[in-house]
Design a protein around this ligand. Structure first.
Ligand code: NAD
Length: 481
């Protein structure tokens, strides 16, 4: 059994659970410990005790630790990618790509430890000077979703450690293997015992324990909007000082295709953005907003491309779309396909469940494309989080922009056009944290800010230099000679 890591020790959980391969449900990836609230409290205590030691470490010590972790992740990319594909169901190529990204993130934040600095300003008052410095926030609670089992933990753990914080990390229940592998690497990185703790377990046990404990100074959460709201309420409503919190939640990302778009580019962006990683990305292009002049050609080309997508075992080299992560998510996807039909949308392609592929029982769903939809339909307002996309036909570029922005979410957005003028107009007016011009809405770099607006995000951006906003607290010091 794979155990939790608390105060530098590997410890049994209160219970344990099997990790199941969604490409072949007969395959058990492993048995993983599950902590209860009491064990979460032990991890918090360990982190609280270790944090001052780690805060006192030199930038070189932090660099060496994070750099070593990044190097090992990159060196083991194929093995870790295989494990990730096996437990989550994204294809091997996507999984290896995600592992590489996790390694790059550790490398980036290793560099950040050496670049940390402050500002020195003259005071408005004679004889004084003002120093602005950043200090660690303290113990950071990290709660992550299942769809990026190593990259999201990496982009939270690496900056937390780089900026001198201690960590209690709770991964999603259904993908503990990648989290455990990352924790095992971190356990050998010469951090003071208790600086990094892994507590696998359920949200309502371990997650809530993190939110309610005043020794946790900051909580970084990625997951659904419904859980995000609970996290926010708990961080504010708990006894003692409120926790600083950062929420990355859902999306209903628009990809706008204008009449003058290069059709091949537009179809590539839509196929990649809507269906790769089985559509299970917060940045997925679930609304394809297409102007009249290109609409019919776009739909026809999409259907042709979708016929070539091979749904199958995530680790089979022929597969372009892996299975849905589990039975619950598959049910949600098919429920939304039924809702779309009842709302009057027409399925131009896909949407069939396959209970086996090559004799392997799994959660297989053929990517689905709805046409004849409008932006008021539930399938265009609510996050489905599967390989299901809708085409919304609009009159012109202005109607496309208005439709793109008519959503409660605001994570990513895209526009396909060959017009410099229209690209500039959309770059300026799309209401989202990220805008992609002639590129898929999903797929981002590891060294630049990531995050959204409106219902998609709350709090400072993740990744890149901007991560310091969340993982540090600013001190202003006045000095008189
Ligand atoms: P989820 O909200 O069900 O779970 C996320 C995490 O929260 C899990 O670790 C879960 O155990 C934990 N949790 C559940 N209840 C909790 C509680 N009461 N207190 C504390 N923690 C609790 O989300 P999911 O199904 O794992 O992930 C899918 C969602 O994540 C989608 O909505 C997707 O858009 C979103 N997501 C967002 C981003 C982003 O950066 N915006 C990235 C990836 C995924």
């Amino acid at each position: 059994m794979k155990r939790n890591h608390i105060a530098g020790e590997w410890v049994d959980g209160a219970t344990a659970a099997d990790n199941i391969n969604p490409s072949d449900t007969r395959d058990v990836v492993g048995l993983y410990a599950r902590a209860d609230a009491g064990q979460a409290a032990e991890a918090i205590a360990a982190a609280h005790a270790a944090q001052p030691l780690w805060a006192a470490s030199t930038p070189q010590q932090r660099f060496d630790a994070l750099d070593a972790v990044g190097s090992e992740i990159l060196a083991r990319r194929d093995e870790l990618g295989d494990l990730l594909a096996r437990e989550e169901g994204k294809t091997l190529a996507e999984a290896v790509g995600e592992v590489v990204r996790a390694g790059q993130i550790f490398k980036f934040f290793a560099g950040e430890t050496l670049r940390a600095g402050g500002e020195l300003l003259a005071s408005t008052r004679p004889g004084l000077s003002v120093e602005i410095t950043r200090e660690p926030v303290g113990v950071v609670g990290i709660i992550t979703p299942w769809n990026f089992p190593i990259a999201i933990p990496a982009w939270k753990i690496a900056p937390a450690l780089a900026h001198g914080n201690a960590v209690v990390f709770k991964p999603a229940e259904n993908v503990p293997a990648s989290a455990w592998a990352l924790a095992e690497i971190l356990s050998r990185a010469n951090l003071p015992a208790g600086t990094f703790n892994l507590v696998m377990g359920r949200g309502r046990d371990v997650g809530e324990a993190l939110l309610n404990d005043a020794r946790v100074s900051a909580v970084t959460f990625t997951g659904s909007e419904a859980t995000g709201r609970k996290v926010a309420q708990a961080c504010i409503g708990r006894r003692g000082p409120m926790a600083k919190f950062q929420l990355e939640m859902g999306g209903k990302n628009p990809l706008v295709v204008l009449d003058d778009a290069d059709l091949d580019v537009a179809v590539n962006c839509a196929i990649h953005g809507a269906f790769f990683s089985t559509g299970q990305r917060c940045t997925a292009s679930s609304r394809l907003i297409v102007t009249e002049g290109i609409h019919d050609r776009f739909v026809a080309a999409m259907v042709e491309r979708m016929k070539t997508l091979v749904v199958g075992d995530a680790r089979d080299a022929r597969t372009s779309i892996g299975p849905v992560v589990d039975a619950v998510q598959l049910q949600q996807d098919t429920d939304y396909i039924d809702i779309g039909r009842r709302e009057g949308a027409r399925l131009a392609f896909g949407g069939d469940v396959r209970e086996t592929v090559d004799g392997k029982p799994g959660f297989y769903l053929q990517p689905a494309l709805f046409v004849d939809t409008h932006n008021g339909m539930r399938i265009n307002r609510e996050e489905i989080f599967g390989p299901v996309a809708s085409v919304i036909r609009v009159r012109d570029a202005e109607a496309a922009l208005a439709t793109a922005n008519d959503t409660e979410f605001g994570l990513s957005s895209g526009v396909c056009t060959t017009s410099l003028k229209l690209a500039a107009h959309f770059k300026r007016h799309l209401q989202a944290g990220m805008v992609m011009v002639n590129a898929p809405t999903a797929g981002v770099d590891p060294h630049v800010p990531f995050g959204g607006r409106k219902g998609s995000s709350h709090g400072p951006r993740e990744q890149g230099r901007h991560a310091a906003e969340f993982y540090t607290t600013v001190k202003t010091t006045y000095v008189a000679p």
